[in-house]
Design a protein around this ligand. Structure first.
Ligand code: 2GW
Ligand code: MN
Length: 297
């Protein structure tokens, strides 16, 4: 095994020296107590990271679900991803849908492909959202493991508006929810009923993670989605459903399986929250939707 390892050695590069006594950000937390980076603008050098990930020839899968009327979001999502998501790297879009004929044909850059995966739709929207865990799990073991190294799993009702690159990749990562990055534990909308598998007591919890943005290696995403799906199934058998659906189970997973990297709110923003000073870049933002028109079949 050791003699089969391939060396990842960088070439000579010129860039500013990291300054031990001048941290790039002093206005936000950039590392967790378990020493996972929290990714904010200014904290990383993308040239160094790109050189490393290019040497490894890394392949990234980006999963989105477009069930029923949510197919309307695919065009903007993919067009903006072509401009900003992992530019220069190998990317597979995996579009899960029940309406393959509604998925537009979009010209992609070299090294990038779009794969349409036909899946069932569920009647209740909560179930549509939650079943993503089961489907990502199943396709991870059957397909993604053979095609990509990392998965990035996001909501589709979004657009990219600035760069999202390999700085987000790590064994298993979550993203700060834009509504709760300044909140205390009591303010987090974790599931609070002790009977639920998603239960988190008032004196626990690190961050409030968003349901709409997580990822990692295929193996880690398999473990995460398998946990969430099984927890949901147990709750369903007990006639329970966590308060924020898949997001509640994801938060429970991350409580006892700490993420190895956390994406700041730059990676998941909603302009309804304005633009606070700490927010130097808005990389991926919610597309406003007419809840009644889009949500009711
Ligand atoms: C969702 C709500 C109401 C009616 C329909 C749907 C719906 C969602 C749908 O008809 N078709 C569909 O494909 N979806 C998928 O589920 C789609 O990928 C969408 O991005 C995702 C989550 O639904 P969304 O984006 O409308 O809900 P948000 O933006 O409030 O999502 C947050 O909360 C959810 C749980 O309540 C999830 O945790 C989600 O990840 C969060 O961002
Ligand atoms: Mn959404």
């Amino acid at each position: 095994r050791l003699d089969q390892l391939t060396e990842v050695k960088l070439e000579r590069m010129l860039y500013p020296k990291p300054e031990t006594l001048k941290p790039p950000r002093t206005d936000v937390l950039t590392i967790t107590p378990w020493l996972a980076p929290i990714v904010w603008n200014g904290t990383y050098n993308i040239d160094v990271l790109n050189a490393q990930f290019h040497k490894r020839g890394v392949r990234v899968g980006l999963t989105i679900f477009a069930i029923k009327k949510y197919t309307v979001f695919v065009q903007t999502f993919v067009e903006t991803a072509e401009k900003f998501f992992m530019v220069g790297h190998k990317v597979n879009y995996y579009v899960f849908t029940d309406r393959p004929n509604d998925i537009p044909n979009i010209t992609l850059a070299e090294g990038r492909q779009l794969v349409v995966l036909i899946v069932p739709s569920y009647q209740r929207w909560q179930e549509v959202s939650m079943r993503r865990m089961e489907m990502i799990r199943d396709f991870s073991s059957q397909r993604f493991i053979n095609e990509v190294d990392y998965l990035v799993c996001v909501d589709v009702d979004m657009r990219f508006s600035d760069e999202v690159g390999v700085e987000i990749l790590s064994d298993v990562f979550g993203t700060l929810h834009p509504g709760f990055y300044g909140a205390g534990r009591q303010g987090f909308t974790y599931e609070r009923r002790p009977e639920s598998q998603a239960f988190i007591p008032g004196d626990e919890g690190d961050f409030y993670y968003a349901g709409g943005y997580f990822g990692g290696t295929i193996e880690e995403v398999y473990k995460l989605t398998n946990f969430c799906h099984n927890a949901m199934r147990t709750d369903r058998e007990n006639k329970l459903e966590a308060v924020w659906h898949d997001e509640s189970y994801l938060n429970k997973y991350f409580l006892y399986h700490k993420p190895t990297k956390i994406l700041s709110v730059e990676y998941l923003w909603d302009n309804g929250f304005g633009v606070p000073d700490i927010l130097k870049r808005r990389r991926f933002v919610a597309v406003p939707k007419n809840h009644n028109a889009i949500r009711n079949k």
